[in-house]
Design a protein around this ligand. Structure first.
Ligand code: SAM
Ligand code: SF4
Length: 476
């Protein structure tokens, strides 16, 4: 007979259940996956390294582009096979779909793949314990041969209470680095984007909750904290005295926390880069000289059709002002090619903008037509072959700029926060203040700490360097 005891009961008897969480998409999903692990830990779930070792598999999904959501269904097909093999052996595998595909498709997921037990949206995963208990109850009934209306347990509400008030303290510090979600959702409704529909309305966490979580992370060893939000610079959190804090004010307060040597934030919207935030880039040394500021297109016509509510000039002016306060700022961006109606001239405008700015890194995508967004119904969808050619040209230019940026740092000695071991024996990998990856020979003991590194070679996606050993360290 299959064991249907809950994780808590098993834990009480010294048995551990295992959960495997696969994360698709953005850093917000990485953060959410960590928080789901935090929610499941008190139920006795330890993390598994592969689905084969797990009692519960959670796919934390991304709906931003069609390819991202289709990948989920192929993974679900594989998990269904594993579930059936397990059942034949008298064991079970619980399958949960979380994240933005869960939110957008809800019951449709269970219709397409009936092996799915739980569908949970990004605002409801603090309720995972109840959903698991309900799924286990349903599966016990089914094994007893009882018929049940509807398969799967679904929670895609945008609850009135914030999930953050119901989550346990985070355990997610990895090699001195941690993510901290401060803002969620979006009210901007760019015509290509599903986020306002999957993540809901813009919401900023209260200042006290953010500061408490940051102090907790610092005490747990976080040297670098990356503040997250779909529109992180739209942050407007309520403080205890009733006032509203902007991101600029929050960064100044976070920089005061002992042990926090590095702060970053992502993802920003150009319209929300206010004067105070620009000033912070020049005045707070803990704020790293790196900014991801998506522009999407360099054509005013396309920016308007995308409902970005700014033109190319505003973006270029922002870049000038940011560089005036922080001359070594590394700029990164997102670009979409082939938005409906994009002509060769519009695309040339994007290439000229890239030339003018000079990016240290960037993400670029072919436009993906998303159901439910205004872009779906727009005329003049751009043929795939044209999108592919434009993307190749754009990526070649951005690739050259990234290589030039990396090469410009060769010869400098910079602080690197080491995060992991490399593929070669004795190699460790870390990040510069400008978020470039650096490979160096070094002791794995350095992982989770900052060391001085002399940069010796610049490549397309990374740098090589030598850890600078000071004379007194060599003698030790
Ligand atoms: N809030 C950020 C902003 O305003 O730019 C972006 C967040 S979005 C989750 C991340 C990136 O995905 C976007 O900047 C955009 O480049 C890309 N993206 C979103 N929808 C897309 C679509 N339908 N097709 C292609 N890329 C898309
Ligand atoms: Fe999507 Fe960003 Fe536009 Fe919001 S501002 S709709 S998250 S691209």
């Amino acid at each position: 007979m299959t064991d249907v005891r809950t994780g808590e009961q098993r834990q009480g008897q010294g048995q551990r259940k295992r959960v495997f969480i696969r994360t698709y998409g953005c850093q917000m999903n990485v953060y959410d996956s960590d928080r789901m692990a935090d929610v499941l830990r008190p139920l006795g779930y330890a993390l598994a390294d592969a689905p084969e070792q797990a009692d519960l598999v959670v796919l934390n999904t991304c709906h931003i582009r069609e390819r991202a959501s289709e990948k989920v269904y192929s993974e679900l097909g594989r998990l269904r096979d594993t579930k059936f093999e397990r059942r034949a052996q008298g064991r079970d595998l619980t399958i949960a779909v979380a994240g933005c595909v869960a939110q957008a498709e809800g019951q449709e997921i269970v219709r397409r793949q009936p092996a799915v037990d739980i569908v949970v949206g990004p605002q409801a995963y603090h309720r995972l314990p109840e959903l698991l208990a309900e799924a286990e109850r349903k599966s016990a009934f089914r094994r007893a041969g009882k018929r049940l209306p509807g398969a799967g347990v679904l929670d895609t509400d945008f609850p009135a209470e914030s999930k953050f008030d119901h989550l346990p303290a985070p355990a997610g510090v990895h090699a001195g680095q941690a993510f901290l979600s401060i803002q969620e959702g979006c009210d901007k409704f760019c015509t290509f984007c599903v986020v306002p529909y999957t993540r809901g309305a813009e919401y900023s966490r209260p200042v006290a909750a953010v500061l408490a979580e940051a102090r907790h992370l610092a005490a747990a060893g976080a040297i670098e904290i990356t503040l997250l939000g779909q529109n992180v610079n739209a942050y407007h959190g309520e403080a205890a005295d009733g006032s509203t804090w902007s991101l600029a004010r929050l960064i100044r307060a976070l920089a005061e926390i002992e042990g926090v040597a590095r702060l970053r934030y992502t993802t920003s919207h150009p319209r929300d880069m206010d004067d105070a935030l620009i000033a912070v880039h020049g005045e707070v040394p803990q704020l790293m000289p790196y900014l991801h500021l998506p522009v999407q297109s360099g054509s005013d016509r396309i920016l308007e059709a995308m409902n970005r509510r700014h033109g190319r000039d505003l973006f270029l002016r922002l870049v000038d002002r940011l560089r005036a306060v922080r001359p070594d700022l590394a700029l990164s961006s997102d670009f979409i090619v082939g938005f409906p109606g994009e002509s060769d001239a519009d695309f040339d405008d994007t290439m000229r903008l890239i030339d003018e700015v000079g990016f240290a890194s960037a993400f670029s995508f072919k436009y993906s037509r998303r159901p439910g967004t205004p872009g779906w119904a727009m005329p003049d969808q751009v043929p795939e072959s044209v999108e592919a050619a434009r993307l190749a040209a754009l990526q070649a230019l951005l690739g050259r700029q990234a290589r030039d940026f990396n090469a410009s740092k060769v010869g400098a000695t910079v602080p690197v926060l080491f995060a992991e071991t490399g593929r070669k024996p004795g190699q460790i990998i870390g990040k510069t203040p400008w978020l470039q990856s650096v490979h160096a020979e070094g002791n794995a003991r350095l992982i989770g700490s900052i060391a001085a590194v002399r940069l010796t070679a610049g490549h397309a996606n990374s740098l090589a360097g030598e850890i600078v050993v000071r004379p007194w360290e060599a003698a030790a």
